[in-house]
Design a protein around this ligand. Sequence first.
Ligand code: FPP
Length: 595
Amino acid sequence: MRRSTAQSGRQRSALDAAYDECRRLVRTTRPTEYALMGLMPPAARPACWALYAAFAHADDLLDSSDGTPEERAARLRQWRTALEADLTSGTSDDPIRLALTDAVWHWGLDLGDLLGALEAVQRDGDRQSVATWQEWRERSHAQNISWPEQFMRLLVRCGLPVPVRLRDVPGFTRFVEGLFLADMLRDLPEDLDGGHVWFPTEVLDRFQVAPADLIARRWTPAVRRLIAHLTDEARAWLEGARRVLRGSLPLGPAIVLDTTVDLFTAELDAIIGAGPAALSRPVRVPRHKQWRVLGPARARAAAIWRLTLPPTTATPGGRPAAGPDADTAQSTPEWQPVPVAEPPLPPRPHVDGVRPPEIAPAQLPNHVAIVMDGNGRWATGLGLPRDEGHRAGAVALRDVVQGALEVGLRHLTVYAFSTENWKRSPDEVSKLFAIMRAELLDGELLQHDVRLRWIGSPEGLPDDVVEVLRSQERATRHRTGLTLNVCVNYGGRAELTQAGAALARAALAGDIDPSRVTEQQFAAHLPHHSMPDVDLLWRTSGELRISNFLPWHAHYAELHFTDTPWPEADRRDLWQALETYTQRKRRKGAATETK
Ligand code: FPP
């Protein structure tokens, strides 16, 4: 199905009315979220209203006091089924579904993901309560992760290169949890009206609060302590997430993030200030407080969009035309690579505007190898799960690759997964693979002049990881900028053993004389024989080891160790390493320096 982009006047005015209806619904029922959408680029705002109106409508269908819970759940099921049909036919007789259908097609939104989020809202209709924080988190992710990701798709379509898969960005899931908890506290009076208590039973038990106390609006000391604890948690999650997330976002989205945290924190303050009233009526942030946050944010956002976006999307009314990829976005199988940018994008400048050092090409090392160590410790130090460290590590790698491109480095090799790393928990391993896959599929790395090469063995690796590594190697093989070797399922001794076995086979076949094996012959039998020798080997996080990394190629490498964990590294650390390298005297056993 393909909708015509040129619409008749009548269709157009129905569409305008549909978007207006969405705007009205969001403005009246979710004023904070509406204000935040006002910080998005003007052209993207109608799609934001459509997305949010669909979510709010689904939520309201369940929460309304009209009919039995079963009837409400049935109404939501019907609405979602009708939406699926509308999305296929490209039009609808319902304003919210019409606007959402238009937004999906015009902006290339992820239909499958959106329907999944709506289904998660629908599942709540059958639920009575939530037992543990873990269960609560899963519910929060299933319902809420997709929407901000769709907003990022809008920004990409506006011309801003931002990460779309926010779920892979460190701190993002914590941010979603903070918003979900703040929203739950804000909606408490309404939920209690419907007889629902959605806080996990484990926290109610801990504070010795029975759901009946809340439903009867009994402001006991235990209830007061519970509400104070939950608002503190929401505030801490939002603040913590802001600190981690900020570094991964360009200025425009960072303003939206900051304002979101500030406005929701103001709502949490108002809930605490309201005391017992917070159980029985909606609490509003005083207007002057809201304006103190929103006024400057609006001015800053408007200036940033004007500076960073093409005029069509930075001003009201402009909308991207439905491109051919609007279709492929719907039908691309899970593992199929997203086409890499052609021609590749130039390196993204550093957020602080720092420029690379001037190092003459002859002084630069040809090949730098990095042991990206300390992800796990960095995350646990911040009270985050270890996989958040790997997410942050992938973001650090993006920046270091930008720095390598800017300075003109030819070869960079990174240790992403060693054969020893299988000793980690299966959960950490599978999350790490998911992060790598996502990064190589639709992260920033391969949008630049980067030729990907995979160093390692397919043995034991999930098929989808092998598929992505191989297909992205193929897709980038013609690139001439930086060669990025990623070592995945790599072990140095295994590589040497393979070379030994290949030599033995060649000797048995009579192709070489075993009594005269040269270093060149040995090197030619290594699985990755075309990789140049490593000139500089850098390891982060204070460990002074090589850990089975490139024993053949790094035999004469200069070693560089830094104390900071890898997630805190960025391109400036690479440049510092390169400058240190230029000071080293490389004699390689000779009396005078050789390069
Ligand atoms: C070592 O830290 C790091 C890893 C085992 C994984 C590194 C992988 C990435 C940064 C993702 C790279 C993405 C692509 C696309 C190549 P650790 O967990 O051993 O840290 P610890 O010593 O503190 O436990």
